[in-house]
Design a protein around this ligand. Structure first.
Ligand SMILES: Cc1ncc(COP(=O)(O)O)c(C=O)c1O
Length: 390
């Protein structure tokens, strides 16, 4: 058998490696606390579950929905954007439902690049940005996201010949894995940059509703001119704890939305109707459950960060996202070795920063995906591990 050469460009996901080691340790009797995968552990709001169950009981809801998605969902997406971000969208031309934002982030490249085109990706960045571009034949130009720039790209440092050839710029705030946020001023700069260089911006806003201490995330589309140059991707997975249901959406520039719709209409037949109806209930439902969800993550963040501090490991408290991007104490071993030994010796699974790009060296990503008790225990184990090995 012969397989496609493009497979050589895909490395086995770090998550499967961690998961294999975690399973081995669990079967050997170690009680591993898994903070590696960003899958929400809390339940969806009751009214969302009810909508899903009600629709699933109806025999007429099992047919193909087609890429279009159901009209009430398009309307609910537009209403939600107007209500929470003040952004006006045409439900028909400027929204597209997705089978998770990952669906859109993977397939957008097939709509906007040709083989050999340059794609500006964040480093560190969420893996689909790199892998999706590679699968479509794109050439990656990683933009370093450094602490000294508050993890924002310095667009002025991108060489003019790269700007000229680049087709797409990927942004993600609040970001995974960095837990960094973007200001409106930064998005204004990015829109100017995109306009000047004829570059399409794809902003991944998966963690839009997870923010803490009264902070509110900014939508890229709030900035004047953003809709002329780009689109924003949303994940209903994180906001409403529906990760396994596979639902999300893209909004923004109607030509980009139409191009993505065309690609997808040749690939899929749309998501499960009861899931789309649950998404309508979620978007149209009371905002209180969304705030409660964020508050739960905020409490978890505090427990973890404070426990680590008690052992002398001071990490930045993020304003948003569901992760802590923890800088390893200086003179410690590299992040991959740190993560492996932490798992083997202390039974805590985290992701090495290098899994997200070379600028992730010196950091690990800790997911706030367990309850407070487990996070406190994980913090204690991590603190003791650091002290033992320093
Ligand atoms: C930054 C970011 N974008 C997109 C996704 C994909 O989410 P989904 O496909 O469930 O909407 C994730 C999932 O962890 C993520 O962290």
């Amino acid at each position: 058998m012969q397989f496609a050469a493009r497979l050589d460009q895909l490395k086995p996901g770090v998550f499967s490696k961690i998961s294999a080691l975690k399973n081995k340790l669990n079967s050997a009797g170690m009680e591993v606390i898994d903070l590696s995968v960003g899958s929400p552990d809390m339940p969806p709001p009751p009214h969302v579950k009810e909508a899903l169950i009600k629709a699933a009981r109806d025999d007429t809801k099992y047919g193909y929905t087609l890429t279009e998605g159901i009209p009430p969902l398009k309307q609910a997406i537009a209403n939600w954007y107007q209500k929470y971000y003040g952004v006006i969208l045409d439900p028909e031309r400027e929204t597209l439902n997705l089978m998770g934002s990952q669906d859109g982030l993977a397939h957008i490249y097939w709509a906007v690049i040709d083989p050999g085109d340059i794609v500006l990706v964040p480093d560190p960045g969420y893996p689909i940005y790199h892998d999706g571009a590679r699968l479509a034949g794109g050439v990656l130009y990683p933009i370093p996201l450094l602490e000294e720039n508050r993890f924002l790209p310095d667009l002025s440092k991108i060489p003019p010949e790269i700007c000229q050839k680049a087709k797409v710029l990927i942004l993600n705030y609040p970001s995974n894995p960095l837990a960094a946020t973007a200001t409106r001023a930064f998005f204004e700069q990015a829109v100017d940059f995109a306009r000047n260089h004829h570059i399409i911006i794809c902003h991944d806003f998966a963690y839009s509703e997870l923010s803490y201490d009264g902070y509110k995330n900014t939508s890229f589309l709030e900035v004047p001119g953003a809709k002329d140059v780009g689109v924003e991707f949303h994940s209903i997975s994180k906001t409403f704890n529906l990760a396994g249901c596979r639902i999300g959406f893209a909004v923004g520039n109607p030509r980009i939305i139409e191009a993505l719709r065309l690609v997808k209409s040749n690939i899929d037949y749309g998501g499960f109707r009861p899931v789309q109806e649950a998404a309508v209930a979620a978007l149209e439902g009371p905002p209180e459950c969304v705030r409660q969800n964020a508050l739960a993550y905020q409490k978890r963040r505090d427990i973890l960060v404070e426990e680590l501090a008690a052992f002398g490991w001071n990490v930045v408290k993020p304003k948003a996202s569901m992760f802590v991007w923890a800088k390893l104490p200086s003179a410690f071993f590299p992040s991959e070795k740190f993560a492996t030994r932490l798992l083997e010796e202390a039974g805590v699974a985290v992701v090495p920063g290098t899994a997200f790009g070379q600028n992730g060296e010196g950091y690990v990503r800790i997911g706030l995906v367990q309850d407070g008790g487990k996070l406190k225990e994980a913090g204690r184990r991590m603190g003791e591990f650091i002290n033992k090995n320093q």
